[in-house]
Design a protein around this ligand. Structure first.
Ligand code: ADP
Ligand code: MG
Length: 503
């Protein structure tokens, strides 16, 4: 029934279930929605109810080869098009996405369990913004002139890399896809995206919408599992750049393959981001900041989530109490309901993993884990993968909850009294993605910002990714940058030197 041929709606729709069914069982290759060459599919499940909402094409090496071949052919003419014209087409992509924000928000809420009001609609708007931002940068693919000698003109020009393979995760799939696809296209590359197995449909819809504007073959989308579909994409000889967001473990596999092929790779991996709250900051502001930073509206499924919060001992108890009260007031429920703040965990596998961390924390001597908010009572959601947010205190630094990325609605609080000591604690992590410092003492704030080992440090705010700000981690959090003009120039193009001797 779920593979029944339902026409893909051409106009924006708010019937997310019909849309899921219409997109079922398809890749997008060469401008067309096509089934897997093997004819096989796998189920797509709504994590808020446990119901199957559709299927996705089960991609393998044959599908990868088909997509990469058409991408390589299409890229040749695309690279010859004036860059500004490519940008104009990418800006048009932003307009189509804007017209479909509501639809995309509903579809991503259905397949990921992320609440529409607090997360899913927001994500769809950010996707439009990313395409609009890069669409305006076509004229900025500039090289330099290099002083050499009076009779020699020496310049650098930037050229696209060819076919880019992009592998994305399930937590913010539309946004992370956009951060790869929009700059890759404006730079003159073609792209083959491998979606995450847990969330293949909304990104497929975006690909279908954008293929109404873009020449066929430039933007292709495959669904499937990592080893069967992701690995052959990285290995394909015509893929000349890989951009990956996901786990450290898989990031290392991707980097190893890229090294063997001698191709560049961008890796956005995990995080264990610290938030540091001093006693001079207004408590309400710090608590507001923690609510944004912890990303509990995304069930903590964010690599930049503040999963370690260090609070000055003078305000520790007041902060902990106020924070728990605020999280208590957040509503867990149906992701598509406008009243809902917090939706569900993405999959059973993640649900078990997160629940395991919480159980371990609760069983730790000397630690307390405060369960906040309340489980939904609607019987339709009885099989939903809801996890109550937990705020831990009293855990030791060695705890797995403090060392490892949980990717769930869990944070750990620690008291501190000395800024140098807390700085050392914050840096004592395998990860280095993001950090935030909350203080009115800007001398201390700035010193910490310089000393924190992270790709992004914010003082007195903790915003999510912005299109024009370079984003990416240090240490095990990854390699290279995304977002910003710099990321497009440095990671989706190479520089060629041309010298003309006019003597
Ligand atoms: P998570 O554990 O959150 O699922 P992963 O790193 O496993 O994170 O997955 C992120 C993305 O990487 C997904 O699209 C997944 O299918 C893909 N992936 C997993 N294994 C591989 C692999 N060996 N090669 C390439 N891609 C992979
Ligand atoms: Mg995985």
């Amino acid at each position: 029934m779920l593979d029944a041929p339902v026409a893909v709606p051409s106009a924006p729709t708010t019937d997310e279930k019909l849309l899921a069914q219409a997109l079922s069982g398809k890749h997008l290759i060469g401008g067309r929605l096509v089934p897997a060459r093997s004819g096989q599919t796998f189920p797509v499940v709504n994590p808020a109810t446990g119901e199957q909402i559709g299927t996705a094409a089960l991609g393998d090496a044959a599908d990868v080869d088909a997509a990469v071949q058409v991408a390589a052919a299409a890229q040749k003419d695309w690279a010859k098009m004036p860059a500004r014209k490519r940008g104009a087409l990418v800006a048009k992509c932003a307009e189509i996405i804007t017209a479909h924000v509501e639809e995309l928000g509903r579809l991503i809420a259905l397949e990921t369990g992320k609440a529409l009001r607090t997360e899913s609609r927001v994500e769809a708007n950010v996707v439009a913004d990313i395409f609009a931002f890069y669409g305006g940068l076509g004229s900025e693919l500039k090289g330099e002139s290099v002083p050499f000698s009076p009779d020699v003109l020496s310049v650098t020009v930037r050229e696209p890399l060819g076919v880019v393979g992009a592998i994305i995760p399930w937590n913010v799939p539309m946004l992370l896809m956009a951060l790869k696809v929009a700059p890759a296209l404006v730079a003159g590359n073609a792209v083959v995206v491998k979606s995450a197995e847990e969330a293949p449909l909304a990104v497929l819809r975006i690909c279908e919408l954008l293929n109404r504007v873009l020449p066929p073959g430039l933007f292709n989308m495959l669904s499937g599992f990592g080893p069967d579909c992701g690995a052959p994409l990285v290995e394909h000889p015509k893929v000349r750049k890989v951009t990956f967001t996901g786990s450290v473990e898989v990031g290392k596999i991707v980097a190893t393959t890229a090294a063997k092929k001698m191709i560049p790779v961008t890796l956005e991996l995990g995080g264990k981001s610290p938030m540091i709250v001093f006693d001079d900051i207004d408590l309400a502001r710090a608590v507001d900041g923690a609510i944004t930073s912890m990303r509990f509206t995304r069930q903590g499924q964010s690599c930049t989530a503040a999963s370690r919060i260090y609070v000055h001992e003078k305000v520790f108890d007041a902060f902990a109490a106020a924070l728990a009260k605020r999280v208590d007031a957040m509503v867990m429920g149906d992701p598509l309901d406008e009243k809902t703040d917090i939706g569900t965990i993405i999959s059973k596998e993640q649900f078990e993993k997160v629940s395991g961390f919480i159980a371990e924390g609760k069983a730790t001597a000397g630690a307390t884990g405060r369960a906040c908010s309340a489980m939904p009572t609607d019987p339709r959601l009885a099989k939903g993968l809801f996890v109550q947010p937990h705020i831990f205190s009293g855990l030791s630094k060695a705890s797995r909850l403090v060392q490892q990325e949980i990717f769930g609605p869990v944070t750990c609080l620690f008291p501190f009294n000395d800024w140098q000591a807390v700085l050392a604690e914050a840096n004592d992590s395998e990860y280095g993605l993001a950090a935030s410092v909350w203080t009115n003492n800007l001398q201390v704030g700035l010193r910490m910002a310089h000393a924190l080992e992270a790709g992004l440090v914010q003082i007195n705010q903790n915003l999510v990714v912005q299109a024009n700000l370079s984003y990416g981690g240090v240490k095990s959090s990854g390699l290279g940058k995304e977002a910003s003009l710099e990321a497009m120039l440095e990671h989706f193009m190479h520089k060629k030197t041309i010298m003309v001797n006019m003597a």
